[in-house]
Design a protein around this ligand. Structure first.
Ligand SMILES: Cc1ncc(COP(=O)(O)O)c(C=O)c1O
Ligand SMILES: [Zn+2]
Length: 440
């Protein structure tokens, strides 16, 4: 492992407070706190946050715009491939629905992660950060388990960094991802079983081969890169939204939003550490977090409520990106949801095609099923009274349509025309359709 002396951050163990000076030491300790073995750490930066204000303008080319607030040594080069920053696009048709059906005057913006030039999902920033760090510290092999999007993103960015990846994916409707990973010259192993089985196979392989692996949704690499979303809220909206909606499998996005807001409040950039109310959506075909939440609500959040959730052994869903039946992150994520004043919502998988058609008719966009789950989750939030008059709502839609051809065909009957539209739009930031100006 090489050694870098120009770090501007440290990793602080959330369990015992021990600090690890940089990712070289973190990798060397097996991505754990050397003092207590915990695998969760918050990063603290020595950068001057007064400088962040100057960055919250203009039109950044990518999240590396915030490089002083990312854990890469000054002399290391980022591994970047057009991942950009997700434009926040106003979706007036959802505002119209809130007004017409619920008498609510709200602002709805979608984070258009599908527009980036990496692999077209919101996993690309994490992959860019990981590839940069692995190259900086001379790590030449890595392992991930994934339902598809993380594997494709890491395969792409790690290939650029010259890092060999072995991805473990569960057998399912993710052939497009598997093909893409192989085309990139990276290794992919299709595991007979569920996502949980793929995670186990990846962990076993990593241990046997002595190779580093992603620590999942709490992996500080993923969290730190994704928290730049909070900087983007400030840059593009001029504020933290009132409500944050996302489809969740493990929940890196909301964990990262929480980290970003705590960090900025801690250094005085935000007047208070108020979180957006988190509305986290799962499909009725794989809803263990929703079930756990419903139990907690029914029982009045008794002691230890966050450890009480079901495991769905073999989720019967075609939306593989959301197929986490054993939601190991729930004890971390659900308390964040509660602290935010938010909720989990369940939405039917059988209704996704209808929602996708409405989205297509209103915006001309065909997005992947996990993104459509987010839109449907917002609709459930409206019905369940979780949205208030005057709210500014961000929908963190995470993927385009390119790896979901079956879904595309069901939405528009052919799949061909919409594919062309989606592909065309995905690569061109300047031609994105902004339906109405953003609020400031
Ligand atoms: C588009 C999209 N939405 C949501 C998710 C769920 O993300 P997480 O695992 O961070 O909850 C994923 C994960 O791959 C995704 O690709
Ligand atoms: Zn520790």
């Amino acid at each position: 492992m090489t050694c870098s002396t120009d770090q501007t951050y440290e990793l602080c163990c959330v369990a015992c407070g021990h600090t690890t000076p940089d990712f070289g030491a973190w990798f060397g300790a097996g991505q754990r706190c050397p003092a207590c073995g915990a695998n969760r750490a918050d990063l603290a930066y020595s950068a001057d946050y007064a400088g962040l204000a100057a960055l919250l303008g203009g039109h950044p080319a990518s999240f590396w715009h915030y490089r002083d607030f990312l854990p890469l040594g000054r002399s290391a080069a980022p591994v970047t491939r057009g991942e950009g920053t997700p434009p926040l696009e106003r979706w007036a048709f959802l505002e119209d629905r809130a007004r017409r059906d619920f008498g609510l005057d709200v602002t709805v913006v979608a984070a258009r992660n599908d527009l980036n030039g990496g692999t077209g999902t919101f996993k690309d920033v994490a992959a860019s950060m990981a590839a940069s760090l692995l190259r900086e510290w001379g790590v030449d092999r890595f392992v991930v388990a994934s339902t598809g999007n993380i594997a494709t993103a890491y395969a792409t960015y790690l290939a650029l960094a010259g890092v060999r990846l072995t991805a473990f994916v569960p057998r399912g409707q993710n052939q497009a991802s598997v093909d893409e990973i192989r085309r990139l010259g990276q290794a992919v192993r299709v595991v007979d079983g569920t996502y949980a089985d793929a995670k186990q196979a990846a962990a076993d392989f990593a241990a046997a081969e002595g190779v580093l692996t992603s620590a999942g949704n709490i992996d500080p690499i993923r969290v730190e890169s994704k928290r730049t979303m909070v900087f983007e809220f400030l840059r593009q909206l001029g504020r933290i939204p009132d409500v944050y909606v996302q489809a969740v499998s493990g929940g890196t996005g909301p964990i990262a939003v929480d980290k970003g807001i705590r960090e900025l409040a801690g250094v005085g950039v935000l007047a208070d550490a108020r979180l957006p109310r988190m509305v986290l959506a799962q499909l009725d075909t794989c809803d263990p977090m929703v079930q756990g939440w419903e139990r907690a609500v029914a029982g009045g959040f008794p002691d230890g409520w966050e450890k009480d959730y079901p495991v769905i052994a073999d989720p019967q869903t075609a939306v593989t990106t959301l197929a986490t039946g054993n939601p190991g992150m729930y004890p971390i994520l659900a308390p964040i949801v509660r602290r935010s004043g938010g909720t989990y919502v369940r939405t039917p998988e059988a209704g996704l095609v209808t929602v996708a058609r409405e989205l297509l008719a209103a915006t001309g966009l065909l997005l992947g099923p996990a993104s459509v789950t987010c839109v449907a989750g917002f609709e459930r939030a409206l019905e369940q009274g979780c949205v208030k008059d005057g709210d500014v709502i961000v929908l963190n839609t995470g993927e385009g349509i390119s790896r979901a051809p079956e879904f595309a065909a069901r939405v528009d009957g052919t799949g061909e025309a919409s594919h062309a539209v989606a592909h065309d739009r995905r690569w061109d930031h300047d031609r994105r359709r902004v339906l109405a100006p953003l609020p400031h």
